[in-house]
Write a protein that binds this ligand. Structure first.
Ligand code: ZN
Ligand code: ZN
Length: 348
């Protein structure tokens, strides 16, 4: 039991406050503080008591059996990634998605590692393998990182991508995350604040947008010192939205107010139970459908499930709950379909 508790503590907040100066602090911005960053729509955040109550309940019950064979999975067909015609998205598991718009490629939150953890021998372990290795990926123009949690910012994967043939991609990160990459020898980085954009080749425009989440990388003292967020990716008149990792908030209607309807949205549908602890940081499938509606998405992909077991639901539950949520909200399931890990679909 002590080992299990240690493992769980690595990934979750200790809520130890630390008076650190925020080098990016701008008093004109409501989400900035001298110590770090805030959500736009703050509520009560989970505290140590919530966390330990959840962990105590987990220790008292038998963990459900988690079967990887219940997750649809296929190896990526690399020939589908190299076309310079049209637009496509390939789900690489968890929150990793490769977007290809007329030969310009953007990769979200890449993780190919065996564990989402600072340790190679301890921490949440993959149930389903990556559907492609990074060496087999075509040239990636930009890698966008939503925040510094280990299941989204995986340094071994970023180092592999940094060494790709043809030169490193541009790594786009929220404020306060570049130093972590520089320590690994990655230098081709752009840090963004919420609503700030960067334009790459062929007028590919990437904007960091607010979400309802938090950040923490170390065991002590760095809570919310680095910013988090999602991305709006615009290319040749089309909009894609990557929600990253988020609770539900009005941020999504704000994003719609600025950008209009999304042609494609990548929205988390996993890691949502128990609700009383998770709701402030992770949406459930019903809220994923609400975000799909808030941003007026033409086609959505449910991410953040089927790869690592982070919370209490079974591995196959997110798409089942999503199907029910779509029925309840009277949304055409073809707009938010069931994707396999490794599957490539053409985008509207
Ligand atoms: Zn997170
Ligand atoms: Zn996550």
């Amino acid at each position: 039991m002590p080992l299990k508790m240690f493992l769980l503590l690595l990934g979750f907040p200790l809520l130890v406050s630390c008076q650190t100066q925020n080098a990016y602090f701008d008093s004109q911005k409501a989400h900035h503080s001298r110590e770090g960053f805030h959500n736009n729509y703050p509520g009560r955040e989970p505290d140590m008591g919530d966390f330990f109550r959840w962990q105590w309940q987990r220790l008292l019950r038998d963990a459900p059996e988690q079967r990887a064979d219940l997750v649809p999975w296929q190896a990526v067909d690399p020939s589908q990634l190299t076309t310079s015609q049209g637009r496509s998205a390939t789900w690489l598991g968890h929150a990793s998605v490769l977007l290809n718009s007329h030969g310009v490629r953007v990769l979200t939150d890449p993780i190919f590692s065996e564990r989402a953890s600072p340790l190679s021998w301890l921490g949440p372990k993959r149930l389903t393998p990556p559907p492609i290795t990074p060496e087999k990926l075509p040239f990636v123009d930009a890698v966008v990182i939503s925040h510094n949690h280990y299941d989204h910012l995986d340094l071994p994967s970023l180092k592999q991508l940094n060494a790709q043939l043809g030169g490193p991609p541009l790594f786009i990160v929220p404020l306060g995350n570049a130093a972590l990459l520089r320590q690994q020898g990655i230098t081709h980085i752009k840090e963004l604040d919420w609503w700030h954009s960067h334009t790459l080749r062929d007028d590919l425009r990437i904007t960091l947008v607010p979400t309802q989440h938090w950040s923490k990388r170390n065991l002590l003292g760095d809570r919310n010192e680095a910013l988090w967020g999602g991305y709006v990716i615009q290319h040749r008149g089309k909009h894609a939205f990557f929600a990253g990792d988020t609770g539900y908030s009005k941020d999504f209607r704000d994003i719609h107010a600025r950008f209009g309807a999304m042609d494609f949205a990548m929205i988390p549908i996993g890691a949502y139970l128990p609700r009383d602890f998770m709701q402030r940081q992770h949406i459930d499938p019903a809220q994923a459908v609400q975000i799909h509606l808030d941003v007026q998405s033409r086609l959505s992909l449910g991410i953040h499930w089927g790869t690592f077991i982070l919370t209490d639901e079974t591995i196959q539950q997110p798409p089942q709950d999503l199907a029910q949520a779509l029925t309840n909200a009277d949304v055409d399931p073809e707009r938010f379909p069931h994707w396999a890990i490794g599957e490539t679909r053409q985008l509207p």
